[in-house]
Design a protein. Structure first.
Length: 554
């Protein structure tokens, strides 16, 4: 056994899962308290499943999937919930004087010794993924006791009692809301929807861009549930007739999480949507946004320009903010004065001056932008160009030597030019100020743990042929516990990028149609959204269905 206690990095390099360079990079990015395995997972060099398979083979410790494992509920009393969560340990069963446990890190000998001393049993270890362990801990330790209590407590019907139930820290409703938040963060949900129906309340999570029902609650719990969320967000719990917006900052599993709350009156009561911004996972590395090498170089060259406007376009939830923040992060240095005006400020970046739009006191995008121009900025980021006034000031700011980054809602890069002209921007100003337009969408990424290949279908063959591609097989996810049997885990962006050259500027000044510009860029080899998506299908990152869900063939 002592012989097999080889360092994890060496094990992974020996098996060919990572290179020595990747190991060095992971060690460089690793924080003091972080384990090497976590750093490698964070950098995306390996999956948890691959890590487990190496440890299973090298250490001779079995791997267990907890998805359908028949766990004995009685053994949960042998390890405290706090110990289980902190050390990623799940007790499985007891046989004679042996306690069988699942661990994410089977080489954590201190934790194994602690459990042996506190329980008095010999400890037998199996390996499981962190997600699997955390999901199982909350399933068996919580057992939704708070929900059962609430269903039995019909007496909580008067308003005064509802407010007490929603605000007392030990009340079942507080526990229930905390459970919903914890589960959403574990599942990597981007939004929680509380949907009131006629006879029940449905809770849904948006995971990887797709809504998924989580649970159904009795109708009598609706007012208490919404009151609790409103109390947390400092909203008016007595007002249910008008929409309200708020914000909550909480720590979930020692993780800082920012929640944006929106309430909306409907015929069956108030609908609540909570947007989850995981502050521990803000993506500021341009290399990890899904840019192809060609698009990454173009985007870097746009950011290197001293002035001009760079626009990022796409619908709500297409990852525009992540791309903007990654661009700002690249530009951020002590020698550059970067000021942003946003609604809302999603991620706080060190070294950047961020302004929150507040229309109640007259701090609009346009007014904020005017004030920024008197602050000697080098780079300006406008959260969104919504009206003619903001667009005009942004254009004039770029013409006076500033680099301006912003977002705008249009379907593709080329139609953005028409949208800006509709906002009464003169063609000669637009041609002089616009540097480039990035259009993007998010597609679900195939789960790396259950990824497999198949022959292309007749429909897919037709789609690839129309784009001049000859493909014989594509990849998909079969479904496994890691991805909740969906076949997808995580998302990546697909892009199209319109970089202004003299010919396009001339066409804008002469007010040529979108079709004329499209024909010109097509001749010059521009990669459209669907082309970038299909290339990612060929590379094994996503599926044809995902690409066609968000992009149309042109």
């Amino acid at each position: 056994m002592k012989k097999s206690r080889k360092r994890l990095g060496d094990l992974l390099v020996d098996t060919g899962l990572i290179t020595s360079d990747q190991l060095s990079d992971a060690l460089k990015h690793k924080t003091d308290k972080q384990k090497l395995g976590d750093s490698l997972l964070q950098q995306g060099y390996i999956t948890e499943q691959q890590l487990i398979e190496v440890l299973e083979f090298q250490l001779g410790i079995p791997h267990v999937s907890l998805y359908r494992y028949p766990i004995d509920p009685k053994v949960t009393s042998m390890i405290a919930k706090e110990v289980a969560i902190r050390n990623f340990v799940m007790p499985l069963k007891r046989e004679g004087d042996k306690l069988y446990i699942a661990m994410a890190d089977p080489m954590d000998y201190f934790t194994i010794d602690d459990i042996r001393l506190s329980s008095g049993f010999q400890v037998e270890v199996a390996i499981a993924t962190k997600d699997d362990i955390v999901r199982t801990i909350h399933k068996y330790y919580d057992l939704d006791e708070s929900l059962e209590e609430m269903i039995d407590e019909e007496e909580f019907q008067s308003n005064s009692t509802e407010i007490n139930v929603a605000s007392e820290e030990e009340s079942p409703m507080v526990k229930l809301v905390n459970q919903l938040l914890l589960r959403a963060v574990q599942e990597r949900a981007s939004d929680i929807h509380i949907d009131p129906q006629e006879n029940k309340v449905i809770i849904r999570y948006r995971i990887d861009g797709v809504l998924r029902p989580e649970r159904s609650l009795p109708k009598h719990m609706q007012n208490m549930l919404i009151a609790r969320v409103k109390i947390m967000a400092n909203l008016d719990i007595t007002e249910a007739r008008v929409p309200q917006d708020g914000r909550i900052k909480v720590n979930v599993d020692f993780h800082p999480v920012d929640l944006r709350i929106s309430t909306l009156p409907t015929v069956y009561g108030e609908k609540v949507v909570m947007r989850i911004l995981d502050l521990g996972n803000s993506l500021n590395d341009m290399e990890k946004l899904g840019f192809s090498n060609q698009h990454l170089e173009k985007f870097k060259s746009l950011l290197a320009k001293p002035n001009g406007i760079i626009l990022i376009t796409g619908p709500t939830g297409s990852g525009k903010s992540s791309t903007l923040y990654a661009g700002l992060n690249r530009l951020n240095s002590e020698r550059v004065n970067i000021i942003t005006v946003e609604d809302p400020v999603e991620y706080q970046l060190e070294g950047i001056n961020q302004i929150q739009v507040n229309n109640k006191v007259g701090m609009s995008f346009a007014n904020g932008l005017r004030a920024i121009l008197r602050q000697d900025p080098d780079v300006i980021m406008v959260g969104e160009i919504r009206d003619s006034e903001t667009a005009e000031i942004a254009v004039r700011a770029s013409l006076t030597g500033h680099l301006v980054l912003s977002t705008i809602h249009t379907n593709d890069a080329i139609s953005t030019i028409n949208r800006l002209m509709d906002m009464k921007i003169e063609p000669f100003l637009l041609a002089s100020s616009l540097s480039g337009i990035v259009s993007q969408r998010l597609v679900r990424r195939i789960c790396r743990d259950c990824k497999t290949s198949r022959d292309v279908s007749i429909r897919e063959d037709r789609i690839f042929s129309r784009r001049g591609l000859n493909v014989s097989e594509v990849h998909y996810g079969e479904g496994c516990p890691t991805c909740n049997m969906t076949g997808y885990r995580g998302r990546l962006a697909i892009h199209e990028m319109l970089v202004m050259d003299d010919e396009i500027k001339s066409m804008i000044m002469n007010e040529k149609s979108s079709q004329d510009i499209r024909d010109y860029v097509l001749e010059n080899g521009m990669t459209f959204l669907v082309d970038d998506g299909l290339q990612k299908v060929i590379d094994g990152w996503t599926t044809t269905e995902e690409v066609l869900r968000v992009a149309t063939e042109k």
